[in-house]
Write a protein that binds this ligand. Sequence first.
Ligand SMILES: Cc1ncc(COP(=O)(O)O)c(C=O)c1O
Length: 373
Amino acid sequence: MTPPDRWVSMSIESLKALFRPELDELSAYRVPPAPPAVKLDANESPWPLPPEARARIAAVLHTSELHRYPDGRATKLRDALARGLGGSVNEYVLGAGSDELIALMATAMSRPRSGADHPVVVFPEPTFGMYGMTSRAHGWQPVGVPLDDDWDLDLGAMSATLERTKPNVVYYATPNNPTGNCFSRNKVENLVDAFPDSLHVIDEAYGPYSGESFATFAEERPHCALMGTLSKVGFAGIRVGWVRIHEALSHELEKVRQPFNLNTASQDIATLALTDLAPVLEEHITSIVTERERLATELERHEELQCFPSDANFLLVRVGGDVPELCAALLDREIAVRQFSSGDSRLRSCIRITIGTPQENQRLVEALRDILG
Ligand SMILES: Cc1ncc(COP(=O)(O)O)c(C=O)c1O
């Protein structure tokens, strides 16, 4: 049934006026419609699971009690996380990807400092877009601090900003997306120690590709949390992420978590990923790191391409020529890479290439040879 026109114009307008004003400045996250054959634009793992691993998953799902609500405490999964990554079970808060945890923190930790209108979140820029977007959608004031010319933290600028804005939360993605590098450890540690009144969240989404972690450092500091995800190591499709945070704070975050946010299948598969299937993940990570170095060498053969050093599963590449033209030419050859039309102006001349399988990378190398000569 089609509603009468007068209802549409009246109610849509009056209802739209009820949406948060911040949404006027935001756009929905855009996912390209049909992925091309070679998908190197989303920092996923290119490796499908081998048949034996799939069989293990099928066996577990076969006995899952899908007619029941999931385990709201995700007991087995949190147990696997604590065993695998350290800490106590109660330090882990789980979400449908780290995206949900960013939203969870934005919901729970949103009391403005006394005298301020809005809670503040600080992050170095360019970085993962959801820190800014999600915080803004929750009424926070996001403050980005430009990275230096080596894409490292600008310690002076970060310190001055933290001093001035007194943020509730500070995010550091290390390795950082989209630049690919780890930040200097001593700079991160320096900031965390100098500003104990903020929650410093170290996002280690790409940590498995750098082999570095702040786990030991964070363990001794209740104002330092670690965020992780399975999305970058072969399980983007199940949407499982976690934040490891002091028990007193996880207790508060748990109050705003939807009780059944992680479905049964995701919990079961993630538990397997962290236990029985861990060797398969490790094998894939090793192959991606090897391919990263090989691909960087191949790309550097072209005068117009400059690869920035990467500790992640992707390469940020500066392009001498026209970026949209190059991306369109790659797409014509069924290869998707990421370009940046908004945000930090230094990225306009760059593309981000997720490391694929050796075959996919070879296809990219040949396509570039074809396009660039
Ligand atoms: C630094 C960083 N953190 C977190 C995420 C999101 O991870 P998830 O898939 O767990 O929501 C991404 C995704 O690109 C990312 O680049």
